[in-house]
Ligand binder design. Structure first.
Ligand SMILES: Nc1ncnc2c1ncn2[C@@H]1O[C@H](COP(=O)(O)OP(=O)(O)OP(=O)(O)O)[C@@H](O)[C@H]1O
Length: 257
């Protein structure tokens, strides 16, 4: 059996009387690209927000590599090796692409960079290290040539790549991506997927919320579906295509591979 990197136990969150996430228990196996799908309003983003400490659960637990992380703040989770991107990236528009990446929290290095006891030389050395690493991840996500551009002037797809670059500054073992392909042109989507698969081959685990069924079916295994805050399907792409419960959840939204 594959090792579990992240698990939830009866995770729940309501907004008033509305149960957005309703007792979700699941396990994410290390080394997978897990697809999280479900109709609009199914609770996918709320679920991510519960995993990453952006929202507090009403009940249930989240466990990362055997450690109970329920309710820990996003910055702490970043240090523990979990990174996430958002559905709508919000870079600092007037700063350069490179500066945006340099500002990402980096755990050990970032912790001490503004420390009061550092000499000027130590501070310069650390800044150089962060800059070098930021350039390296920008090259990796194919944005090296745009390093000095204002982040507000790059395309929506490039912003998704920038988000990935920011996350990679933390060397995460697990990356959660919220709709990486939404609003991204097909060429950049392919670039992004190529990078995700390259990182995955090197050992990074991914959980991806995505509405693009073609992308999910081709690149994600396993696939988990939420509907009305509950898991309605878990299995492979082939199984997803023929699952009655899943088709029900998507009534009126055909699943194309
Ligand atoms: N902060 C909030 N306050 C009140 N209701 C909320 C809040 N956040 C989410 N909801 C509700 O919870 C439900 C689940 O929303 P969520 O964004 O998690 O769904 P989703 O599956 O990510 O949908 P989509 O695919 O459209 O992004 C929705 O009905 C939404 O209106």
């Amino acid at each position: 059996m594959a090792e579990t990197v992240l698990s939830t136990h009866r995770l729940s969150r309501s907004f008033g009387p509305f149960k957005a996430v309703d007792g979700v228990s699941l396990e994410i196996a290390r080394g997978t690209i897990t697809g999280l799908i479900g109709p609009n309003g199914a609770g996918k983003s709320t679920f991510f927000n519960l995993l990453t400490g952006a929202l507090a659960p009403d009940a249930g637990t989240v466990t990362l590599a055997g450690q109970d992380i329920t309710g820990l703040p996003p910055s702490r989770l970043f240090e523990l090796g979990m990174g996430r991107t958002f559905q709508i990236p919000r870079p600092f528009a007037r700063m350069s692409v490179l500066e945006n990446v340099m500002l990402a929290p980096t755990g050990q290095v970032g912790e001490t960079v503004w420390g009061p006891f550092l000499s000027r030389k130590q501070m310069r050395d650390q800044e150089r290290q962060i800059r070098d690493k930021a350039m390296e991840v920008l090259e990796f996500v194919t944005l090296g040539a745009l390093a000095d551009h204002p982040a507000g002037k790059i395309s929506g797809g490039q912003m998704k790549l920038l988000e990935l670059a920011r996350v990679l500054m933390g060397d995460p073992a697990l990356i959660l991506l919220d709709e990486p392909a939404a609003g991204v042109n097909p060429v950049l989507t392919e670039t992004l997927i190529g990078k995700i698969e390259e990182l995955n081959r090197q050992g990074t685990t991914f959980v991806i919320i995505e509405h693009d069924m073609d992308l999910v079916m081709r690149h994600c295994d396993p696939i988990i579906a939420l509907s009305e805050g509950r898991i309605v399907f878990q299995g492979s792409a082939d199984e997803a295509m023929t699952d009655a419960g899943l088709l029900d959840a998507y009534l009126g939204t055909p699943l194309h591979a």
